[in-house]
Design a binder for this molecule. Structure first.
Ligand SMILES: Nc1ncnc2c1ncn2[C@@H]1O[C@H](COP(=O)(O)OP(=O)(O)OP(=O)(O)O)[C@@H](O)[C@H]1O
Ligand SMILES: [Mg+2]
Length: 317
């Protein structure tokens, strides 16, 4: 797999989190680095973007050398880098593209300028299979304010209208007893089939022909690191030519949430590299990230927001 992302010198997020995630899932990680950052678990002190020509050279060598099965695109840092990567995606050089639009750090520092955000909107998102903004990023990309689940779904639909095949608006930053993400999907038959399979809907369709919404509560699927205490709730809804999936997991009480977004998007791409559909990959990755957060909840690494347990160390001990 190819990961296009920045380095986090604290080791919790960015490329370092991506490499651990892919390692845990048995996938080799070719690394196209977009920026070197100086960070600790509390703040970002400095960013040196990699020039777009050098970034593109890393991508070119990776695709010339390996059979890339999926691509995760994280922090890009500059408009030039967004445009160069978008050209690669548009040219069909990169399969199964998951774009995690890292626009600001969790501590609030802006990681790209307005021109860069416009390039995401106009060039990269329309070429992406999946885009995974958190709520502040979804607001920046769509221009709408998001205050509740219905707004998350509306923003996801707008991102799909902007050209992404699937959009996952992450609710990690919302308080409450659960951590909920909303996935909006376009109308393709493949997506519909995958969602129907996910729902395993044995109930008859409603008289008007629409699929009833279905709630599924389950334990971690096979092949995913599991925490016996975690269970999940999946709701799928089909309305007209749009489908929506709501993924709800228990919120883990911890300050160790560094790299959750990087881990989620890498895990989605990794499951696709292993052969899953984008819909199945999203569900498995949600289990994966929740288990990784739960596994590290008691860790005391760093003075701020510490890393999560992608490698399942807590399970092994
Ligand atoms: N405390 C928590 N407990 C359970 N799940 C969580 C928690 N915090 C975040 N998540 C989940 O982790 C995933 C990443 O979401 P989040 O909103 O944190 O992304 P992000 O803001 O991009 O992360 P990052 O800060 O790494 O950029 C989502 O599936 C979210 O629901
Ligand atoms: Mg993020």
């Amino acid at each position: 797999m190819l990961v296009v992302a920045g380095s986090d010198s604290s080791g919790g997020a960015g490329m370092q989190a991506d490499i651990r995630t892919l390692g845990a899932l048995g996938i080799h990680c070719a690394c196209a680095l977009t920026a070197v950052t100086a960070q600790d678990t509390r703040h970002v002190a400095g960013i040196l973007p990699v020039p777009a020509t050098l970034l593109d050279s890393q991508i070119e060598l990776a695709i010339g050398d390996f059979t890339i099965l999926a691509t995760k695109i994280g922090m890009l840092a500059t408009e030039d880098n967004v445009i160069r990567v978008a050209q690669r995606v548009q040219a069909g050089d990169l399969p199964n593209v998951v774009v995690d639009p890292v626009l600001a750090s969790s501590s609030g520092k802006s990681l790209i300028d307005q021109d860069g955000i416009r390039a995401y909107r106009e060039q990269l998102l329309p070429a992406a299979l999946l885009v995974t903004p958190n709520i502040p990023e979804a607001e920046l990309l769509t221009g709408m304010a998001i205050g509740n689940e219905a707004d998350m779904a509306r923003a996801g639909t707008l991102l799909v209208e902007m050209g992404a095949t699937v959009a996952m608006v992450k609710g990690g930053h919302v308080g409450g007893s659960t951590s909920m993400d909303v996935v909006a999907c376009g109308a393709s038959d493949d997506l519909r089939i995958a969602i129907d399979a996910l729902a395993q809907d044995s109930r008859p369709a409603a008289p008007d022909g629409t699929s009833p919404s279905l709630d599924v509560t389950g334990q971690s699927p096979e092949g995913v690191i599991s925490q016996s205490s975690t269970s999940f709730h999946i709701t799928t809804t089909a309305q007209g030519n749009r489908s929506e999936i709501v993924l709800t997991a228990p919120r883990v009480r911890t300050k160790n949430t560094r790299g959750t977004g990087c881990t989620l998007s890498s895990a989605i791409a990794a499951y696709m590299a292993r052969g899953d559909t984008v819909v199945d990959a999203i569900v498995k990755a949600k289990y994966f990230v929740t288990a990784a957060i739960a596994g590290a909840s008691q860790w005391t690494l760093g003075k701020g927001n510490g890393p999560i347990d992608q490698l399942g160390w807590n399970e092994q001990s």
